[in-house]
Ligand binder design. Structure first.
Ligand SMILES: [Zn+2]
Length: 493
């Protein structure tokens, strides 16, 4: 992917009916890595995340907690903001869908589509699952129950507003068939085969008699149901239609989402946008689900990990590293503390941490902490394959990019073992330590999107300023004063 100077990336927005789980942390971290990588390439980036606060789910959870909804969402949103801070997420804005601006823009777009004739009033009959906040078909049920929520849905008939999704069938098929609209391809194919087996139906987009939510414009008996509210956040947050940010950053480069809401993003959302005269996003990037120790995340079964607790215990960078290294984009993956410990001990502490402390100690000992000038050893520098790393990042294969970076880190450690610099002196020693310090400078740049705090620590110890991708060239290091610090990572048992 070639940068055009502007890069807009979003995550899904989260319900605030409960505290964040590890899946929320995963999505925010992956988006953050992509955002930071684009900044490293010199792009101007806007990274958006936030919360979906108008959903009936939140209102139900507030009722159960015996707290007014407004108070409930105001309190719970803090957990999500805190999660961003704890994970060192570099979002440029955090949208709450209870913001006045969002409410107004949702209604404006609803009205625009209504006036165009793509929204109409009719009756809806169906089986409604409160957990899903949606209607299910008989086909969806397992033993008469919603398979997701293990409850039988309620039959419901009500007056409602509909969006003419059917009108956009061919348009959406064409969009899905265009390259890179949905990544990975398998997730694109799932959507295509669903449309091709059963043409798009019009979509019910309002609910009656709800207390919480955004009013349908000029009709207080109806609330806007999820699509024309939640999805609108991607354009309301940047000030649609006249805001400078909207003009600068739309269409979004990446909507990063979980596979469960792929349909909403790659079918319903672009149809809404086309109807409203807004360009569709460029790419829907779909990630898989996380299991915890091999089990599906489930609050009721007690299968979950509190991301705030886990970061408190191990630090943000090891968690970020694990997410990117362990789980290939688009695939389901497992989060286990054992895997986290293994990667922390072996890859972060042994490979990277030791490399830094060995080099820093040798420069201290032989050159009083002044990084010597020297000539880069090409046998080592050739082992860094920057183009491969860039290619992997362009394809969102973050795990492969990290593997490639780690190949080089290990090559640096082997280089020390082979050269045995402690037995050398003079020009030869200068060249070797210069090569290693310069390599660490480059490593620090390359790892900065993944483990930004660690990159900063390396820079501090080597007396470096943060670099960008353009600086990933050997021989650019000019002197510097070493400031030995603590170990980058402490091993855990
Ligand atoms: Zn359900």
């Amino acid at each position: 992917m070639i940068g055009l100077g502007r890069f807009y990336i979003t995550t899904a927005i989260d319900y605030v009916n409960a505290k964040p789980h590890i899946g929320h942390a995963y999505e925010k971290v992956i988006a953050d890595i992509i955002a930071r990588w684009q900044r490293l390439r010199g792009e101007k980036v806007f990274y958006l995340t936030g919360t979906d606060e108008n959903a009936e789910k939140n209102s139900q959870a507030a009722k159960e907690a015996g707290v007014p909804v407004r108070e409930f969402v105001d309190k719970n949103v803090e957990f999500f903001k805190n999660l961003c801070k704890t994970l060192n997420i570099s979002n440029d804005y955090f949208i709450r869908t209870t913001e006045e601006r969002h409410i107004k823009i949702s209604q404006d777009i609803f009205r625009k589509v209504l006036e165009k004739g793509d929204i109409y009033k009719d009756f809806y009959e169906g089986l409604y699952c409160e957990g899903c906040e949606g209607y299910l078909t008989e086909k969806d049920l397992v033993g008469g129950k919603c398979p997701e929520h293990q409850k039988p849905p309620k039959p419901l008939r009500e007056e409602a507003y509909f969006f003419r999704l059917s009108k956009y069938n061919d348009h959406i098929v064409k969009l899905l068939e265009s390259p890179n609209f949905v990544i990975p391809k398998e997730k694109r194919n799932e959507m295509l085969s669903r449309i091709k087996s059963d043409d798009l139906k019009d979509l019910c987009i309002s609910r009656k008699n709800l207390y919480w939510g955004i009013d349908v414009p000029d009709d207080k008996n109806h609330k806007i149901y999820v699509w024309f509210d939640a999805l609108i956040n991607y354009v309301s947050a940047i000030g649609y239609p006249d805001g400078g940010k909207f003009k600068e950053f739309w269409p979004a480069d990446i909507h990063l989402i979980g596979k469960g809401i792929n349909w909403f993003h790659s079918v319903i959302w672009p149809a809404m946008l086309i109807s409203a005269g807004i360009k569709p996003p460029k790419t829907i990037l779909v990630h898989g689900y996380l299991t915890v120790n091999g089990q599906k995340i489930s609050k009721s079964l007690g299968v979950q990990i509190d991301p705030l607790e886990i970061v408190k215990k191990y630090g943000a960078d090891p968690v970020r590293y694990l997410f990117a290294r362990e789980i290939p984009m688009g695939e389901d993956g497992d989060f286990s503390e054992q895997a986290l410990k293994d990667r922390l001990n072996n890859e972060l502490a042994n490979d990277l941490g030791n490399l830094l402390s060995r080099v820093v100690k040798m420069i201290e000992k032989s050159f009083s902490g002044n990084v010597p000038q020297g000539k880069v050893d090409e046998k080592l520098s050739k082992q860094l394959r920057v183009e491969s790393i860039e290619k992997y990042m362009d394809k969102f294969e973050l795990h492969n990019a990290l593997a490639e970076i780690w190949n080089f880190i290990r090559a640096c450690n082997r280089y020390i073992n082979e050269k045995e610099p402690w037995k050398l002196e003079g020009k030869e020693l200068q060249d070797i330590l210069y090569t290693l310090a310069d390599s660490l400078r480059i490593i620090s740049i390359l790892i900065s999107p993944f483990i930004p705090a660690t990159s900063e620590k390396i820079n501090e110890q080597l007396g470096l300023k943060p670099g960008i991708l353009k600086d990933v060239k050997f021989g650019l290091l000019k002197g510097g004063k070493i400031k030995r610090g603590e170990h980058l990572f402490n091993k855990v048992k």
